[in-house]
Design a protein around this ligand. Structure first.
Ligand SMILES: [Zn+2]
Length: 221
Protein backbone atom coordinates (compact mmCIF):
# COMPACT_ATOMS: atom_id res chain seq x y z
CA UNK A 1 0.00 0.00 0.00
CA UNK A 2 1.16 3.53 -0.70
CA UNK A 3 1.77 6.05 2.04
CA UNK A 4 -1.46 7.80 1.06
CA UNK A 5 -3.48 4.58 1.26
CA UNK A 6 -2.13 3.80 4.73
CA UNK A 7 -2.87 7.34 5.87
CA UNK A 8 -6.40 7.19 4.46
CA UNK A 9 -7.14 3.86 6.09
CA UNK A 10 -5.83 4.93 9.50
CA UNK A 11 -7.66 8.27 9.30
CA UNK A 12 -10.94 6.44 8.67
CA UNK A 13 -10.26 4.14 11.63
CA UNK A 14 -9.53 7.09 13.93
CA UNK A 15 -12.77 8.85 12.93
CA UNK A 16 -14.72 5.63 13.58
CA UNK A 17 -13.05 5.20 16.97
CA UNK A 18 -13.94 8.80 17.93
CA UNK A 19 -17.56 8.23 16.91
CA UNK A 20 -17.62 5.02 18.94
CA UNK A 21 -16.48 6.88 22.07
CA UNK A 22 -19.33 9.40 21.74
CA UNK A 23 -21.86 6.65 20.97
CA UNK A 24 -20.71 4.65 24.01
CA UNK A 25 -21.19 7.69 26.26
CA UNK A 26 -17.66 7.67 27.66
CA UNK A 27 -16.79 11.27 26.80
CA UNK A 28 -16.78 14.09 29.35
CA UNK A 29 -19.21 17.02 28.96
CA UNK A 30 -16.63 19.02 27.00
CA UNK A 31 -16.15 16.17 24.52
CA UNK A 32 -12.42 16.64 24.96
CA UNK A 33 -10.20 13.90 23.55
CA UNK A 34 -7.27 13.35 21.29
CA UNK A 35 -6.61 10.26 19.21
CA UNK A 36 -3.60 9.22 17.19
CA UNK A 37 -2.33 6.36 15.04
CA UNK A 38 1.26 5.45 14.27
CA UNK A 39 2.25 5.94 10.62
CA UNK A 40 5.78 4.59 11.01
CA UNK A 41 8.80 4.82 13.32
CA UNK A 42 8.78 8.60 13.40
CA UNK A 43 5.37 9.96 12.37
CA UNK A 44 1.82 9.82 13.69
CA UNK A 45 -1.61 10.90 12.58
CA UNK A 46 -3.28 13.15 15.18
CA UNK A 47 -6.69 14.72 15.74
CA UNK A 48 -6.51 18.48 15.10
CA UNK A 49 -7.76 19.73 18.48
CA UNK A 50 -11.36 18.55 18.38
CA UNK A 51 -13.04 15.20 17.78
CA UNK A 52 -16.75 15.95 17.54
CA UNK A 53 -17.79 15.84 13.88
CA UNK A 54 -14.24 14.95 12.86
CA UNK A 55 -13.56 14.14 9.20
CA UNK A 56 -10.64 11.98 7.99
CA UNK A 57 -9.09 14.82 5.98
CA UNK A 58 -8.89 17.01 9.10
CA UNK A 59 -6.26 14.81 10.78
CA UNK A 60 -2.70 16.15 10.93
CA UNK A 61 0.51 14.29 10.22
CA UNK A 62 3.18 15.13 12.78
CA UNK A 63 6.67 13.91 13.57
CA UNK A 64 7.54 12.38 16.95
CA UNK A 65 9.80 15.42 17.35
CA UNK A 66 6.76 17.73 17.31
CA UNK A 67 6.99 19.01 13.76
CA UNK A 68 3.67 19.38 11.91
CA UNK A 69 4.26 17.81 8.48
CA UNK A 70 0.81 18.00 6.98
CA UNK A 71 -2.60 19.36 7.93
CA UNK A 72 -3.64 21.88 10.54
CA UNK A 73 -3.26 21.60 14.28
CA UNK A 74 -4.73 23.97 16.86
CA UNK A 75 -1.97 25.30 19.11
CA UNK A 76 -3.45 23.48 22.13
CA UNK A 77 -2.90 20.22 20.29
CA UNK A 78 0.77 20.88 19.64
CA UNK A 79 1.26 20.43 23.39
CA UNK A 80 0.07 16.86 23.33
CA UNK A 81 2.35 15.56 20.55
CA UNK A 82 5.06 14.80 23.10
CA UNK A 83 2.57 12.82 25.22
CA UNK A 84 1.66 10.59 22.27
CA UNK A 85 5.25 10.30 20.98
CA UNK A 86 6.50 9.16 24.40
CA UNK A 87 4.15 6.17 24.26
CA UNK A 88 5.02 5.26 20.64
CA UNK A 89 8.73 5.44 21.46
CA UNK A 90 8.39 3.34 24.61
CA UNK A 91 6.11 0.74 23.02
CA UNK A 92 7.13 -0.22 19.45
CA UNK A 93 4.01 -2.42 19.00
CA UNK A 94 1.51 0.31 19.91
CA UNK A 95 -0.41 1.45 16.84
CA UNK A 96 -2.96 3.84 18.36
CA UNK A 97 -3.41 6.08 21.39
CA UNK A 98 -6.54 7.67 22.86
CA UNK A 99 -6.70 10.33 25.56
CA UNK A 100 -10.04 11.23 27.14
CA UNK A 101 -11.48 12.83 30.25
CA UNK A 102 -13.95 9.95 30.67
CA UNK A 103 -15.74 10.92 33.91
CA UNK A 104 -15.39 7.82 36.11
CA UNK A 105 -11.82 7.03 35.04
CA UNK A 106 -10.98 10.69 35.65
CA UNK A 107 -12.43 10.38 39.17
CA UNK A 108 -9.71 7.80 39.87
CA UNK A 109 -7.10 10.10 38.29
CA UNK A 110 -8.26 13.01 40.44
CA UNK A 111 -8.22 10.83 43.56
CA UNK A 112 -4.72 9.53 42.64
CA UNK A 113 -6.12 6.03 42.94
CA UNK A 114 -4.97 3.26 40.57
CA UNK A 115 -7.96 1.57 38.93
CA UNK A 116 -8.00 -2.15 39.84
CA UNK A 117 -8.70 -4.82 37.22
CA UNK A 118 -11.84 -6.37 38.64
CA UNK A 119 -14.21 -6.60 35.67
CA UNK A 120 -14.42 -9.09 32.84
CA UNK A 121 -14.43 -6.51 29.98
CA UNK A 122 -11.32 -4.78 31.27
CA UNK A 123 -9.52 -8.10 31.43
CA UNK A 124 -10.79 -9.18 28.03
CA UNK A 125 -9.99 -5.95 26.21
CA UNK A 126 -6.37 -6.00 27.26
CA UNK A 127 -5.86 -4.58 30.74
CA UNK A 128 -5.27 -7.56 33.03
CA UNK A 129 -3.70 -5.41 35.75
CA UNK A 130 -4.51 -2.21 37.61
CA UNK A 131 -4.25 1.06 35.67
CA UNK A 132 -1.40 3.00 37.32
CA UNK A 133 -1.39 6.74 38.05
CA UNK A 134 1.23 9.02 36.46
CA UNK A 135 2.07 11.94 38.82
CA UNK A 136 0.76 15.38 37.87
CA UNK A 137 2.54 17.47 35.29
CA UNK A 138 1.10 20.24 33.08
CA UNK A 139 -0.16 18.91 29.75
CA UNK A 140 2.68 18.14 27.37
CA UNK A 141 5.32 19.38 29.84
CA UNK A 142 8.65 17.60 30.29
CA UNK A 143 7.54 16.59 33.79
CA UNK A 144 4.37 14.98 32.43
CA UNK A 145 6.09 13.26 29.51
CA UNK A 146 8.93 11.96 31.71
CA UNK A 147 6.35 10.72 34.21
CA UNK A 148 4.53 8.75 31.50
CA UNK A 149 7.78 7.24 30.17
CA UNK A 150 8.81 6.33 33.72
CA UNK A 151 5.54 4.51 34.51
CA UNK A 152 5.67 2.66 31.15
CA UNK A 153 9.18 1.48 32.01
CA UNK A 154 8.13 0.24 35.43
CA UNK A 155 4.89 -1.33 34.15
CA UNK A 156 5.88 -3.02 30.85
CA UNK A 157 2.50 -4.71 30.27
CA UNK A 158 0.04 -1.95 31.14
CA UNK A 159 -2.09 -0.75 28.22
CA UNK A 160 -3.32 2.38 29.98
CA UNK A 161 -2.34 5.01 32.53
CA UNK A 162 -4.29 7.56 34.54
CA UNK A 163 -2.87 11.09 34.39
CA UNK A 164 -3.15 12.56 37.89
CA UNK A 165 -5.65 15.44 38.16
CA UNK A 166 -6.29 15.13 34.44
CA UNK A 167 -7.66 12.02 32.70
CA UNK A 168 -7.02 8.75 30.92
CA UNK A 169 -4.44 7.62 28.33
CA UNK A 170 -4.98 4.26 26.61
CA UNK A 171 -2.92 2.55 23.89
CA UNK A 172 -3.35 -0.54 21.74
CA UNK A 173 -2.60 -2.20 18.42
CA UNK A 174 -5.14 -0.17 16.40
CA UNK A 175 -7.80 2.55 16.88
CA UNK A 176 -10.76 0.14 17.28
CA UNK A 177 -9.12 -2.06 19.92
CA UNK A 178 -7.93 1.01 21.78
CA UNK A 179 -11.44 2.53 21.79
CA UNK A 180 -12.84 -0.79 23.12
CA UNK A 181 -10.39 -0.61 26.00
CA UNK A 182 -11.31 3.02 26.78
CA UNK A 183 -14.96 1.92 27.07
CA UNK A 184 -14.05 -1.12 29.21
CA UNK A 185 -11.94 1.02 31.55
CA UNK A 186 -14.64 3.68 31.91
CA UNK A 187 -17.26 0.98 32.64
CA UNK A 188 -14.94 -0.58 35.21
CA UNK A 189 -14.31 2.74 36.92
CA UNK A 190 -18.05 3.39 37.04
CA UNK A 191 -18.66 -0.08 38.52
CA UNK A 192 -15.93 0.42 41.15
CA UNK A 193 -17.51 3.69 42.28
CA UNK A 194 -21.02 2.17 42.32
CA UNK A 195 -19.78 -0.88 44.23
CA UNK A 196 -18.21 1.37 46.87
CA UNK A 197 -21.74 2.29 47.96
CA UNK A 198 -22.67 -1.34 48.63
CA UNK A 199 -19.60 -2.59 50.43
CA UNK A 200 -16.87 -2.25 47.80
CA UNK A 201 -15.66 -4.14 44.72
CA UNK A 202 -14.03 -7.53 45.25
CA UNK A 203 -11.01 -9.00 43.44
CA UNK A 204 -11.26 -11.92 41.00
CA UNK A 205 -10.64 -15.28 42.67
CA UNK A 206 -6.96 -16.35 42.68
CA UNK A 207 -5.76 -17.46 39.24
CA UNK A 208 -8.80 -16.09 37.34
CA UNK A 209 -6.92 -13.26 35.62
CA UNK A 210 -4.13 -15.61 34.55
CA UNK A 211 -6.66 -18.14 33.20
CA UNK A 212 -8.44 -15.53 31.05
CA UNK A 213 -5.12 -14.17 29.82
CA UNK A 214 -4.04 -17.69 28.82
CA UNK A 215 -7.37 -18.32 27.05
CA UNK A 216 -7.05 -15.05 25.08
CA UNK A 217 -3.47 -15.92 24.12
CA UNK A 218 -4.64 -19.33 22.83
CA UNK A 219 -7.38 -17.76 20.67
CA UNK A 220 -4.95 -15.13 19.33
CA UNK A 221 -2.26 -17.64 18.40
ZN1 LIG B 1 -6.69 16.11 28.57
Amino acid sequence: MSDGDVRGQLAGQLVEAAEKLFAAGVMSHSGHANLSARLDGERLLLTPGFVRGLKPEQLATVGFDGQVLDGGLRSVSAEIIAMHSAVYRARPHVGAIIHTHSPSATAFAVAHRPLPCRTEPMLRFGQAEEVPVVPWGPRGSDVSVRGIADVLRRRPTTAAVLLANHGLLVFGPDPAATAHLVVAIEESAEAEIAAAAIGGAVDFPPGAREAVRAAIARVAS
